[in-house]
Ligand binder design. Structure first.
Ligand SMILES: Cc1cc2nc3c(=O)[nH]c(=O)nc-3n(C[C@H](O)[C@H](O)[C@H](O)COP(=O)(O)OP(=O)(O)OC[C@H]3O[C@@H](n4cnc5c(N)ncnc54)[C@H](O)[C@@H]3O)c2cc1C
Length: 543
């Protein structure tokens, strides 16, 4: 076991430095495969307990499901309806902890739920009051029943005809990919090593057939690594079964992917600070329309799939379903042309026997499985509960590998960037205490204080910061997961790409052909986010 590693803070969270550290000492207590919410949480937990920890992510941190959520830190109102009381209790507790430890990335969000039938108002009011109460000491402001006039004031664009009243309640909201980076940085601040673009290709086993480490390939250089560990954690989301197959070719599938799609619209389609909750869509789901980074995020769907990928694509009928449902609640009705971005994510739902294709009914709570070889696999769950999932996972890794027992300290651990400084830094508020570093870059080089695009407040200094301190390696890393432009407005993101490539190249010392290749690669990824009818959108039409 090894405690805090002293690193030069000038080169914090630096891929080159970490590769060097891995080469000079390839022996770890715990290796974690997968850099989404689950794996990053486990890496933070393991380093916080003092274990020598390595996390390997095949693409960018949060490239998978963890950047594609509804951005809610919540107990899950619908799980209450389904009677999943334990999950709701656990998630509401974790919601409180996250708001306390990462107030720069997580905030409180009011939701107004308009009702067009009196009994609905009564029923949802009672349900949401129970939801309130279940948060105990981490309770948010009280749920309130609203008169018709108040609903109209809180949701200015909501349909007035037949409106009886509504309910106001509070939940948490966050930026998923930014929290992922901050969790990774917290782990690194404590001595953890986290490397993106490094794919695990095989598992190592000792003569006793027990897990002994992993083989991995650096996607940038092609270099192969053989890395030893006392415990290996498989936290690969919808890819969990692929790693299980590396462990045993006869392994039964552990997850079933279900696709959820979101669309993003101009904020004016809702107006105001409140989110809209539609408690029951035609297919019996909850649909949210939530203000997010000055836009309106609407979702989600639930479509069972047989295949998974790192870039799932929204189906036409999913986009149409969201638009149609939303139109039923709004005066100004959004059309297909109003969609600024569309993104799809895959739920790594833990399959439980025969689910008859209805993914809503598959458990949302997490599942831990330990193979005979000692491989610990963790899947399912929610972003909201990532910390508790990590605690359970590391407890299990300690047990399986016979590591020294150490209490989990993460409930009281501030996340990197922790700041109580309010929102006086404008859009840089999301960086918390790191905003000072970004402003310093902008002050030193005034050309980096300029906006990247007139449609967004983001400045050049943020790109430089992302390369220097947030391990951004590609234009997509910056535009999709450090700044969230691809998820907010895909067309603008494509327009920003050449400038971002130029700034990155200057910082990374790469040449013009790198910039060109990056812009092309980004365009290919971005086209499906445009949300246009795929038959009409050709890559050649994109600048
Ligand atoms: C549409 C949708 C909306 C959601 N909304 C919410 C919400 O509002 N609130 C909430 O709390 N939860 C929400 N969730 C759930 C939450 O997003 C997921 O539970 C969580 O992101 C899963 O994280 P993960 O780390 O398990 O998976 P992922 O984020 O997919 O991470 C797995 C990672 O493993 C990597 N990997 C795979 N194979 C390898 C390999 N061989 N080597 C190295 N790396 C590998 C992948 O590249 C990937 O990055 C939502 C989920 C979906 C799909």
């Amino acid at each position: 076991m090894k405690s805090k590693v002293e690193r030069n803070q000038e080169v914090s969270f630096n891929r080159g430095v970490y590769l060097q550290e891995v080469r000079s000492n390839p022996n770890f207590d715990i290796i974690i495969i997968g850099g989404g919410a689950t794996g990053l949480g486990a890496a933070l937990d393991a380093t916080a307990r003092g274990f020598r920890t390595l996390l390997l992510e095949q693409a960018d941190f949060a490239k998978g499901t963890s950047s594609r959520s509804t951005k809610l830190i919540h107990g899950g109102v619908r799980y209450l309806g389904q009677g999943d009381i334990k999950l709701v209790f656990e998630a509401l507790f974790e919601r409180g902890i996250l708001l306390k430890n990462a107030p720069h990335v997580v905030s409180m969000q009011p939701f107004a739920n308009p009702d067009y039938k009196w009994w609905n108002e009564f029923l949802s009011g009672v349900g949401l009051k129970i939801y309130d109460w279940m948060a105990f000491r981490y309770r948010f402001p009280k749920t309130a029943l609203l008169g018709r006039k108040t609903v109209e004031k809180l949701l200015p664009n909501v349909r007035k005809e037949g409106l009886k009243g509504g309910v106001l309640y509070y939940d948490g909201q966050f930026d998923d990919a930014r929290l992922a980076i901050n969790i990774a940085q917290t782990s690194a601040d404590l001595g953890g090593i986290l490397i993106n673009y490094m794919r695990v290709t095989d598992l190592l086993k000792g003569p006793d057939q027990r897990i002994a480490g992993v083989k991995a390939v650096d996607a940038e250089s092609g270099e192969e690594y053989v890395l030893n560990a006392k415990a290996v954690v498989n936290a690969t989301g919808v890819f969990v079964d692929e790693v299980l197959k590396m462990n045993s070719s006869t392994q039964e599938p552990m997850v079933r992917p279900s696709q959820g799609v979101h669309i993003v619209l101009d904020h004016s389609f809702l107006e105001g600070d409140n989110a809209l909750m539609i408690p029951s869509t035609e297919d019996g789901r909850v649909l949210f329309a939530v203000p997010w980074h000055d836009h309106l995020l609407v979702g989600t769907t639930d479509t069972p799939l047989d295949k998974h990928s790192l870039e799932p694509v929204a189906l036409e009928n999913e986009i149409d379903f969201i638009l149609k449902t939303l139109r039923g609640y709004l005066v100004r009705k959004p059309q297909r042309k109003d969609v600024l971005s569309v993104f799809a994510g895959l739920r790594p739902l833990a399959a439980q026997g025969n689910h008859n294709g209805k993914t809503k009914e598959i458990s949302r709570s997490h599942k831990l499985m330990t193979s005979a070889s000692g491989l610990v696999s963790i899947t399912g769950g929610k972003w909201t509960t990532y910390r508790k999932m990590a605690e359970d996972t590391v407890d299990e890794a300690i047990r399986v590998a016979g590591l020294q027992k150490v209490e989990c300290p993460t409930a009281a651990l501030h996340i990197h960037g922790f700041s109580n400084n309010g929102s006086d830094k404008g859009h840089l508020h999301i960086y918390g205490s790191d905003a000072t570093g970004i402003l310093a870059i902008a002050n030193e080089r005034p050309e980096l204080a300029r906006k990247l695009h007139e449609a967004f407040p983001y400045i050049g200094a943020e790109v430089v910061w992302a390369v220097r301190h947030e391990m951004a390696r590609t234009v997509e890393d910056v535009l999709a997961r450090r700044l969230r432009v691809l998820f907010l407005n895909a067309r603008v993101a494509m327009e920003m790409a050449p400038e971002v490539a130029k700034l990155m190249a200057a910082e990374m010392g790469t040449d013009y052909s790198w910039q060109e290749a990056q812009v092309k690669a980004f365009s290919r990824v971005a086209v499906p986010y445009l949300g246009q009818d795929k038959k009409e959108t050709k890559l050649s039409e994109i600048k």
